[in-house]
Design a binder for this molecule. Sequence first.
Ligand SMILES: Nc1ncnc2c1ncn2[C@@H]1O[C@H](COP(=O)(O)OP(=O)(O)OP(=O)(O)O)[C@@H](O)[C@H]1O
Ligand SMILES: [Mg+2]
Length: 213
Amino acid sequence: MFITFEGIEGCGKSTQALMLYKRLQGKVGVLLTAEPGGTPIGKAIRDILLNSQNRAMVPLAELFLYEADRAQHVSELIRPALETGLWVLCDRYCDATFAYQGYARGQDLELITFLNHRATGGLKPDLTILLDCPVEVGLERAHKRDKLEAMERSARFENEPEMFHQAVRDGYLKLAKQEPERFVVMDAALDRDTLSEIIYRTVAKHLPGPGVA
Ligand SMILES: Nc1ncnc2c1ncn2[C@@H]1O[C@H](COP(=O)(O)OP(=O)(O)OP(=O)(O)O)[C@@H](O)[C@H]1O
Ligand SMILES: [Mg+2]
């Protein structure tokens, strides 16, 4: 199984991906990874992408950097892991590029489709968990987290106006409507344990052996 987590800043992707990872351990072999930055080369690309000093980055450069990170990630880590029978949980993947660079930044969706396809060799998730919540909820969580951790993690995106994040959210919901068999949309405003339980139950259907009670 290849499972991706998507949603706006601060919706809880990393939290839920880690919770699911812990719950799956001992049941299946599982790899937890994230974009951008899932490989050493990807980490260098991530530093460029998320550095708030890089205000001069043009949208096309941003798009190519995400796709470069993805090409490396799929080839070095995700595909080999799936081929050895591991489950792969990935915090952001191709849909994030449609939502951010496509719907929010206005880059050509056909170009993104083409680049995603080339970067991944056509590798699609079996299941995509879209954690959906109002923009204010996600941004407030992200700001609180960054303050606590004294970090400027995704500052280049967190500093975008609310309209930008609204376009990201709407873009994700559009994608989910286009592929209802792959997406599960969840209410990210729920508390983390409730959400984790719902996610586990969705995923547990695919575990080998008898299902959960
Ligand atoms: N269901 C929840 N209810 C309340 N707070 C939450 C919930 N899930 C996560 N949080 C908290 O909100 C903050 C953001 O969560 P997290 O880092 O998992 O989001 P994210 O979607 O990975 O964000 P980013 O897009 O910036 O990587 C964290 O401090 C986390 O502890
Ligand atoms: Mg995260």
